[in-house]
Write a protein that binds this ligand. Structure first.
Ligand code: HEM
Length: 416
């Protein structure tokens, strides 16, 4: 990266740009990314919403350089010029993903290290056997609610519920509280009329949990956070809990839903998986490569003028990390399945200091959810044509809105 050249239009001067959501809502995202690459190179200007432009980073090495260079690219949205100058409306749909909150996710440097350590330490201290039993029980319980019907929506009734019950369980919360937590988060991040109520419910559940663990410690994440010297007060503790709960929710839901979608719509994928030629972890990795849960990830903010892949990035510009595009970068990935065995250089977890701390746990939740569904739902098939599966509207993810299925009966519960 070199100092910027004169005479190139700035990001905000560019008009008629491709909306970022065009890359997630179209049938063939890689075709959309290729078009952007052909026109702009590895860093393309896109429109986040009318009048709000950002750079979309498409190249694998370019993303790695950015996320590993905190001195030049901050995670803190206070450095985003359009946010600081209040060009972005306070009720913009970008808010839930891009507006700052006081936690590790939106911090850099020493503050990030201090707030990140409790997350890493807490996760490392979890009993994985206990966790896997808890997740399997949650999956089995959910399947039992729709099994008698012989039909289900595997997104709304399963993929979108399992992660919250699992993450709530990591904090030692009951299934019932896990459901309440999910409703609270949906209301809070939906920014509708019930957003305030959602926030209050979330705070009530978390405050009660903190008080309960203070009186009666356990071996869960809430207790680990309470004991951690880096978290200085209940506010930081609560923010760390909200971060874990919200960061783990949509990502894991999308991973489960995408894997189930591929099984139900791509006979070659399903055949390889059911026929034993593709192990479940390889299947999950294939999804992380082909359709990473975060297709486009917000964001890093330039702290100085610079050039990235020839584009004139100005101080305060936002850079979106195009993980799905970067995963198809021919510099790191071939189309030969034999050469790709064991290749985990994808960016689904990002890289650098903010890389996902819960890779083991996210994989465990997804593996158990997919495995339980595979074993329990016998002869499961989609009950609508594959082309009718729509995606939830989002510039960040490509999560199926629903997966209506029918099955003949339920099989035995797989071993934990
Ligand atoms: C299972 C699928 C998951 C995927 C694909 C995923 C992906 C990611 C990615 C890409 C980031 C990095 C963002 C960046 O560089 O800006 C991230 C950060 C994070 N993830 Fe995950 N995640 C998953 C599950 C989870 C779960 C289950 C949890 C919690 C239980 C979690 C907690 C977090 C946290 C706390 C961060 C912020 C870390 C920091 O800023 O230092 N994730 N995740």
């Amino acid at each position: 990266m070199t100092p910027s050249q004169p005479h190139q239009p700035t990001l905000s001067e560019l008009t008629g740009l491709t909306p970022l959501s065009a890359t997630t809502t179209c049938r063939d995202p890689q075709a959309a990314y290729s078009e952007l690459r052909a026109k702009w190179g590895q860093v393309a200007p896109v429109e986040l919403e009318p009048g709000i432009n950002a750079w979309l980073v498409l190249g694998h090495p370019e993303i790695c350089q950015i996320v590993r260079n905190e001195r030049l690219f901050s995670r803190n949205p206070h450095y985003w010029r359009l946010y600081a100058e209040q060009v972005v409306s306070p009720d913009s749909g970008l808010g839930p993903m891009m507006f700052p909150r006081d936690n590790a996710y939106f911090s850099d440097g020493d503050k990030h290290r201090r707030l990140r350590e409790p997350l890493d330490d807490g996760l490392a201290g979890l009993d994985e056997h206990k966790m896997s039993r808890m997740i399997r029980a949650a999956c089995t319980e959910l399947i039992a609610t729709f099994a008698p019907r012989g039909t289900a929506d595997l997104v709304t009734e399963y993929a979108a519920v399992v992660p919250m019950l699992a993450v709530a369980g990591m904090f030692g919360l009951s299934t019932d509280l896990g459901h309440q937590l999910r409703q609270a988060l949906i209301a809070l991040f939906g920014s509708g009329a019930d957003s305030q109520a959602g926030n209050q419910n979330l705070e009530r559940i978390l405050t009660n949990t903190i008080q309960a663990r203070r009186a009666d410690p356990s071996d869960d994440l809430a207790t680990a956070f309470l004991r951690h010297p880096n978290l200085r007060n209940d506010f930081e503790l609560q923010q760390s809990m909200v971060l874990m709960i919200s960061a783990g929710y949509e990502t894991t839901t999308t991973w489960i839903a995408q894997t189930l979608r591929l099984m139900l719509t791509d006979p070659r994928f399903a055949g390889r998986l059911r026929g034993g030629r593709l192990g479940i972890d390889e299947a999950l990795d294939e999804v992380l490569w082909r359709d990473p849960p975060m297709s486009n990830m917000p964001a890093r903010y330039a702290l100085a003028d610079c050039q990235v892949a020839g584009q004139p990035v100005r101080r305060g510009d936002a850079l979106i990390l195009g993980f799905a595009a970067a995963n198809a970068d021919s510099r790191v990935h071939t189309n030969d399945p034999w050469l790709e065995v064991g290749n985990r250089a994808h960016l689904a977890w990002s890289a650098g200091p903010h890389a996902c701390p819960a890779q083991r746990q996210g994989r465990m939740i997804t593996r158990i959810a997919v495995d339980t569904a595979l074993h329990r739902l016998q002869d499961v098939v989609l009950s609508v044509p594959a082309e009718d599966i729509t995606l939830l509207p989002s510039p960040w993810t490509r999560c199926p809105a629903s997966l209506p299925v029918r099955f003949t009966r339920t099989g035995p519960i797989p071993h934990a």
